[in-house]
Design a protein around this ligand. Structure first.
Ligand code: IPD
Ligand code: CA
Ligand code: CA
Length: 252
């Protein structure tokens, strides 16, 4: 399996998503505030078709189509065909396509592409993380006061409310907290040092599988809120440059 092939698929999915901006697209509701568009659906169909053609027999979990293959399989693809759908639907140019390969629950390959900024993030376990082919590393800032953070608010009301309190505490202690609306890109921004950390709860495996590998391969730390090992399917992540991790845990 070569990461170049996955990069090629994800890059073409990015162009497909951009073409929907030109051609127009329909928006549907999955929940009260949770949206899906024609672009999400077309991107997922393209990615799953190409992955199954090039790497047959591997289980796939896609946000829109769910499982295909055994959920107990050793290897599986985790696909978010359009992360940042709310931004996309509102015409805000901050979204991406995220594809990861997990082995026994751990990400071993991750590709995240921002088709507007033309930024391709990629990582393989043990091989480092890259932005458009150049090695990236987390920031070296260990002071909360000069750190910039990013978080996300999922679609369920209770978790949103709980995160407002955490948001307030970290906002007071830091240089600022951003809410940019794409978990996969949030993680890539930690990996390349644009922000010091990202946290979110009620998050799905397809949102964080590729980005969390990006952070650890860029020298950062990923865990749950208590500092324990990240479980992609448990819906809770704190990802940082490592230097502010424990300080953040006390505020979260
Ligand atoms: C969402 C985004 C958002 C995060 C939500 C996710 P979607 O994914 O990543 O930043 O806060 O929890 O569900 O719906 O745009 O694919
Ligand atoms: Ca997502
Ligand atoms: Ca999505």
């Amino acid at each position: 399996m070569s990461i170049a092939e996955v990069i090629d698929i994800v890059s073409k999915a990015g162009e497909l998503v951009l073409s929907k901006v030109e051609s127009g697209f329909s928006i549907y509701h999955k929940g009260t505030i949770d949206l899906v568009t024609d672009a999400d659906k077309a991107s997922e169909e393209y990615i799953t078709t190409e992955l199954s053609k090039r790497f047959p027999g591997i289980t796939i979990l896609g946000e829109e189509e769910g499982w295909s293959g055994s959920q107990d399989a050793e290897y599986m693809w985790l696909i978010d065909p359009l992360d940042g759908t709310t931004n996309f639907a509102h015409g805000n140019p901050h979204y991406c396509i995220s594809v990861a390969l997990a082995k026994a629950g751990q990400s071993v390959l991750g590709v995240v592409y921002d088709p507007v900024a033309k930024e391709m993030f990629s990582a393989e376990a043990g091989g480092g993380a890259f932005l458009n082919g150049n090695r990236i590393r987390v920031s070296q800032n260990d002071k909360l006061q000069s750190s910039l953070f990013v978080t996300g608010f999922p679609y369920d009301a209770a978790t949103r409310k709980a995160n407002v309190a955490i948001f307030g505490r970290i906002m007071q202690a830091s240089q600022g907290v951003r809410v940019m609306g794409s978990a996969a890109l949030d993680l890539c921004y930690v990996a390349c040092g644009r922000v010091e950390a990202y946290w979110e709860r009620s998050i799905n495996a397809w949102d964080i599988a590729a980005g969390s590998l990006m952070v650890s391969e860029a020298g950062g730390q990923v865990s749950n809120y208590l500092g324990h090992e990240l479980n992609l399917f448990k819906g809770e992540i704190l990802a940082s440059n490592g230097l502010v991790h424990s300080q953040l845990m006390t505020l979260i």
